[in-house]
Write a new protein. Structure first.
Length: 266
């Protein structure tokens, strides 16, 4: 069966309340964002530092809050819905998975390159990830963000938004429908990272960035669906972000100007 026919396979049972399913999936995604904000406040109050003026502490506390926030919602979902841990697609990557990771990276960066060329040609503006404000003044922190992307951001985001949200939609929607819905949720929760200071005056650059995130998210969603292994999606996600950070580090610490110049991160 071809990839397209796989993605268009109808669900085993037609959902009688599709809007309710979408609402619940959206609630899970937004709850992750709220939980991260909650833990950020808690850790800042405990440590007592200004994360805006101390980049290192800001990065460490933000990363810790991210982990706690995602894990909080993940564990709440598992307990609230009585979902067994066998629901999680955690497997050691096979050679087939490695092929999908490599193919996924080539696809992601090809799309990013094409979009970059089109945006430049038509004068389309986008915003960069808020982490750029931190690392621009302290480039050495980028070297810390690379392992964080691989070991924390990629695995935890994929666990919640792909293994939980996307997979939970399979019973009510086609695979491509589930991927699209989860990718919309995934890109939407990144609004705080791409909002910038002029969101309300000119929201278009942030929306353009989120549209790119949506497209890239769909690719990872397809890879996850094809491999049925969240580790594959997590590695693809983490390696993508790590390469973006590495390129950005080269841009701001050397005279070399790489093609990918903005931080379009998941």
């Amino acid at each position: 069966m071809s990839l397209l026919s796989n993605l268009l396979t109808p669900p085993q049972q037609k959902s009688k309340q599709p809007l309710k399913e979408i609402f619940f999936a959206t609630l899970i995604g937004i709850s992750g964002l709220i939980a991260i904000a909650f833990w950020s406040v808690i850790f800042v109050l405990i440590v007592g530092v200004d994360i805006l003026t101390d980049p290192l502490w800001g990065l460490l506390l933000t990363s810790l809050a991210f982990c706690m926030g995602i894990l909080t919602i993940f564990l709440f979902y598992m307990r609230r819905t009585n979902t067994p841990f066998t629901f999680l697609d955690i497997n050691f990557p096979t050679w087939r998975d490695v092929f999908y990771i490599i193919s996924g990276l080539i696809t992601l960066f090809s799309i990013l390159l094409i979009i970059g060329i089109l945006f430049t040609y038509f004068g389309v503006e986008t915003t960069s990830h808020s982490v750029e404000n931190i690392v621009s003044s302290s480039p050495e922190l980028i070297l810390l963000l690379i392992p964080i992307s691989l070991l924390l951001v990629g695995p935890l985001e994929e666990l919640l938004y792909r293994n939980i949200i996307q997979k939970s939609l399979y019973s009510s929607f086609s695979p491509i429908g589930s991927i699209f819905i989860s990718s919309i949720i995934f890109s939407a929760v990144h609004i705080s990272a791409y909002a910038g200071d002029s969101l309300f005056q000119n929201p278009l650059p942030a929306l353009n960035a989120l549209a790119v995130i949506f497209i890239l998210s769909v690719i990872i969603g397809i890879v996850y669906y094809q491999t049925k292994n969240i580790v594959t999606a997590a590695l693809l996600h983490g390696i993508y972000d790590s390469i973006i950070f590495a390129v950005f580090y080269i841009n701001i610490t050397t005279d070399i100007t790489a093609t990918i110049s903005s931080l379009l991160l998941f």
